[in-house]
Design a protein around this ligand. Structure first.
Ligand SMILES: NC(=O)c1ccc[n+]([C@@H]2O[C@H](COP(=O)([O-])OP(=O)(O)OC[C@H]3O[C@@H](n4cnc5c(N)ncnc54)[C@H](O)[C@@H]3O)[C@@H](O)[C@H]2O)c1
Ligand SMILES: [Zn+2]
Length: 358
C-alpha cells in the first residue's frame, strides 16, 4: 500500500493509495489523529448504494458515530441549496468542531463536502475518500473546494486541505466505462507535463489499465497523486506553477462551455484540448512532430476523443477561450509542451491560436 505525505506546513497530510482500503478508513483516520465520536459521511446516491455500508461499518469499528448525508448524484448538487441542506443536517446531528466530514464520492461530493468542511464552525477535519478516477488522481488532493453559482462553475469556494486522502482503487471497478476513461485524460496529462517515462508505462500497460487491474491502477493513481502533490507543495494557492496542471484545459474548458456542458465529459474535452495544445506546441514551443503524434496516439488508445468539433468555429467558443478577435494584442496564456514531460507557458494571440484550431 503506497502512502506518502503532502508537505504543506501546518496543512501537511498523508495520502494512502491501495486496494480494499475502504475497510480501513476508520483505523487510518484515527491514526491520523482524528477524534472518534460524531462524524458525517457525505456521499451521493450511486456511491451510497455501492459503498456506504462498508464505509459506515469501518467507521463504527474505529469508534466513530457516522451521520449519513446522501445527495443526488450529478454536478447540479454542487450548489448552495444542497450546501444549506448539509449545514442543517450537520447542526441537527450535533456535530462539533472536532467532528470529521468524510467525502465519499467523486469530484462533486469532494468539492461540496470539502466546502462544507471548510466553512462549518470555521472548519472541521476533512477526509477525502474519492471513488472516481477524476477524484483519485485529481480533485481529492490540492485543497480546492467549492460550489457552482449563477451558472458559473466553482464561483464560490475555498482552499481547504484535507487531513487525509484515502484512494481505494478497488472502488473503480464499478465506475461506468465513459467516466473511467475520462479520468485517464488527467493521468495522461501528468505524463505529458512532467513525466515522459510515465507515458511509456501507460502505453505499455493500456490493456491492463482498461481492464482495471488493481495493482496497475494502484501504481498509476499513486504516481499521479505524487505529481499533483509535488506541484501543490510548491504552489498551494495557484500562483504560477500550479497553472501547468491546466495543460489541455484552455481549449477543453472552452469546448465544454461552448457546448453548454452537456456534450463532453470534462476529461473528454481535456483530451481534445491536449491534442490541440500539442499541435500548438509543435508550432511554437519545440515539441517534435513525432512526439505530437505519440501523444495523440496514446489519447486515442485510451478511448478518448481527439478531434476538434465544428463548435470551434463559433463565437461562443472564441468567447469562452477568452479571445476577442476585434481587439488586437488580446491573447491567452497557454500551457504548451517543449517536449513530452516538460511544460512551458506562453501567451498566444487570436490569429495564432485560431490558425491552429480553425
Ligand atoms: N477540486 C479540484 O481540484 C477538482 C479537480 C477536478 C475536478 N473537480 C470537480 O469534480 C467534479 C467532477 O468529478 P467526477 O468526474 O468525479 O464526477 P462525479 O462526482 O459526478 O461522479 C461521476 C458519476 O459517477 C458516479 N460514481 C462515483 N463513484 C462511483 C463508483 N465508484 N462506481 C460507480 N459510480 C460511481 C457518481 O455518482 C456520478 O454519477 C466537477 O464538479 C469538477 O469541478 C474538482
Ligand atoms: Zn481537469
Amino acid at each position: 500500500m503506497p502512502s506518502f505525505r503532502v508537505e504543506l506546513g501546518a496543512n501537511s497530510h498523508s495520502v494512502h493509495v491501495g486496494s480494499s482500503m475502504l475497510e480501513k478508513i476508520g483505523e487510518l483516520s484515527r491514526k491520523a489523529g482524528l477524534a472518534a465520536g460524531p462524524c458525517a459521511i457525505i456521499t451521493d446516491e450511486n456511491v451510497a448504494r455501492l459503498y456506504l455500508e462498508p464505509a459506515r461499518e469501518a467507521l463504527l469499528q474505529a469508534g466513530f458515530k457516522p451521520l449519513v448525508i446522501e445527495i443526488a448524484a450529478g454536478e447540479a448538487s454542487k450548489s448552495l441549496p444542497t450546501l444549506h441542506q448539509i449545514y442543517d443536517r450537520l447542526i441537527e446531528g450535533g456535530l462539533n468542531r472536532r467532528s470529521s466530514i468524510f467525502a465519499l464520492g467523486g469530484g462533486v461530493v469532494g468539492d461540496l463536502a470539502g466546502f462544507a468542511a471548510a466553512t462549518f464552525l470555521r472548519g472541521v477535519p476533512l477526509v477525502q475518500v474519492p471513488t472516481t478516477v477524476v477524484g483519485q488522481v485529481d480533485s481529492a488532493l490540492g485543497g480546492k473546494t467549492g460550489v457552482n453559482y449563477r451558472e458559473v462553475k466553482n464561483l464560490l469556494g475555498a482552499f481547504y486541505q484535507p487531513r487525509l486522502v484515502i484512494a481505494d482503487v478497488s472502488l473503480l471497478a464499478s465506475l461506468p466505462e465513459r467516466e473511467f476513461r475520462e479520468g485517464l485524460a488527467e493521468v495522461i496529462k501528468y505524463g505529458a507535463i512532467m513525466d515522459e517515462p510515465m507515458l511509456s508505462k501507460i502505453e505499455d500497460q493500456m490493456p491492463s489499465i482498461l481492464g482495471r487491474n488493481e495493482s496497475v491502477l494502484e501504481a498509476l493513481v499513486d504516481r499521479s497523486l505524487r505529481h499533483k502533490a509535488s506541484v501543490v507543495e510548491r504552489d498551494e494557492r495557484e500562483g504560477n506553477l500550479r497553472a501547468i496542471l491546466n495543460f489541455g484545459h484552455t481549449v477543453g474548458h472552452a469546448l465544454e462551455a461552448a457546448t453548454n456542458f452537456s456534450h463532453f465529459l470534462h476529461g473528454e474535452a481535456v483530451a481534445i484540448g491536449m491534442v490541440a495544445a500539442a499541435g500548438i506546441s509543435a508550432r511554437f514551443a519545440g515539441l517534435s512532430a513525432q512526439e505530437e503524434r505519440r501523444l495523440h496516439k496514446l489519447i486515442t488508445k485510451a478511448g478518448l476523443p481527439t478531434e476538434l468539433p465544428a463548435v470551434v468555429k463559433t463565437e461562443e467558443f472564441t468567447r469562452a477561450l477568452g479571445l476577442d478577435k476585434k481587439r488586437a494584442g488580446n491573447g491567452v496564456e497557454f500551457i504548451l509542451l517543449s517536449r513530452l514531460g516538460a511544460a512551458v507557458t506562453s501567451k498566444l494571440g487570436f490569429e495564432e491560436i485560431m490558425a491552429q484550431l480553425g
